[in-house]
Design a protein around this ligand. Structure first.
Ligand SMILES: [Mn+2]
Length: 245
């Protein structure tokens, strides 16, 4: 049976920071506008929401207030910049998703977890990030999914590469050939420029950084359709931030 089409807004590497408070909130607002105007039915944030864990609670609360106004559900995974590198660091990522409650979901299980989203029209696999090292495989434990009548999407934060090259959090598709073959789309984060890889029929896509400060404000509108997965890249209107660089 044909699955009804599903439109996603995939973004990553927002690098929100209190030191660029207004630009950070403006980034979220611009993404919210895109989600609304383009009729996205699900938002995916593929890691590095925050620029570092050293964010005051008032800032993560301002981020939560903005994200609570998104028109659709947001699912996220942490990236290396969301990790706590010291026990005394605040945990803005954890605090944010605690505050959002049922309005959003962060997959932080280091063993990986598969969740049903978009009223059961999509299954999303994601995994928390135990460490950002060459040994950390962001797709570790990626399960083979049966067809099951819904779209199958994975989300991961790390560098897409053909073979280990010493960089941390390597995403090496051939290591996960069998499992990847059961997914329709893989939403990646970490690489600040958009990049797509068609791997044996599965599309792996870096949306690029949605931050206009560290990136180019890029995002991807993803249409999951039985005739194929279509991706359209866009850029947030960044003129309002340029003076802040
Ligand atoms: Mn990163």
């Amino acid at each position: 049976m044909a699955r009804p089409s599903l439109r996603l807004l995939h973004c990553a590497d927002l690098h929100l920071t209190h030191s660029a408070w207004d630009a950070s909130i403006a980034t979220l607002r611009a993404l919210r506008e895109v989600a609304t105007q383009r009729g996205a039915e699900q938002v995916l944030m593929a890691g590095d929401l925050f620029d570092s864990s050293k964010q005051p609670d008032a800032f993560s609360d301002a981020v939560a207030e903005e994200m609570a106004q998104f028109p659709v559900f947001v699912a996220a995974i942490p990236g290396n910049h969301d990790l706590l590198y010291s026990r005394s660091d605040p945990d803005p990522f954890g605090r944010l998703f605690d505050q959002l409650g049922r309005e959003a979901l962060a997959v932080t299980d280091e063993a990986g977890a598969c969740v049903e989203l978009a009223e059961g029209r999509m299954r999303l696999w994601g995994r928390g990030m135990p460490e950002h090292t060459p040994e950390n495989d962001p797709l570790a434990g990626l399960p083979l999914l049966d067809e099951g009548g819904s779209w199958r999407v994975a989300m991961a934060h790390g560098y897409l590469m053909d073979a280990p090259n010493g960089r941390s959090s390597p995403i090496i598709p051939r290591r996960h050939r069998a499992a990847l073959g059961t997914y329709d789309y893989v939403a990646l984060g970490h690489h600040h420029s958009p990049h797509r890889l068609d791997f044996e029929g599965t599309l792996l896509m870096d949306s690029g950084s949605a931050s206009p400060i560290v990136g180019h404000g890029s995002y991807a509108i993803v249409d999951l359709e039985e005739s194929g997965v279509r991706v359209e890249l866009g850029e947030l209107p960044t003129s309002q931030y340029r003076r802040m660089r």
